[in-house]
Design a protein around this ligand. Sequence first.
Ligand code: S3P
Length: 169
Amino acid sequence: MKYNKIALIGMMGSGKSSVAKCLSRLTDISLFDTDFLFEKQFQISIKDFFNKFGENEFRQCEGKLLKDIALNNDKFILSTGGGIILSEDNRNLLFNGDIFTIYLSANTDTIYNRIKDDFSRPLLLVENPKQEIEKILNERKKYYSMAQKTIITDAKTIDEITEEIKWII
Ligand code: S3P
């Protein structure tokens, strides 16, 4: 393996958590998942946290979690929340060359089809989720594309995506 620190970024529903799990199993490198760790640390779902404390507070805590993982571990497979790249501090950590960051890209239709029956994402609990996905994706593309590698995930299974990544890490 060429890289010890690998992070997956991308939109909600792009498969980051599932692919990270498979990669961790395959490589025997520890798995970290910011969404999972957030809910474990605060003992509250992200959806409820957004409702109670708002997105800004969530972003602060998410940033602290990322920093803690990135600076205190020599090896990891990291799955991140879709909005992690919104913060400049987080981008400095993810794109400074120390971590090999992979963007799992998916188009609006793919994302919509993957998440349409899952109501755990506060940002998509709106009247027209598809339109919202399109808007969020357009706002974030410039940041996601800062990743060292982009993997197109449309029409691919988790195993196929994992297999593709296996050959580049
Ligand atoms: C978010 C994505 C979610 C979670 C939160 C906000 C986002 O994670 O962190 O609901 O801003 O895109 P997933 O990308 O794992 O769904």
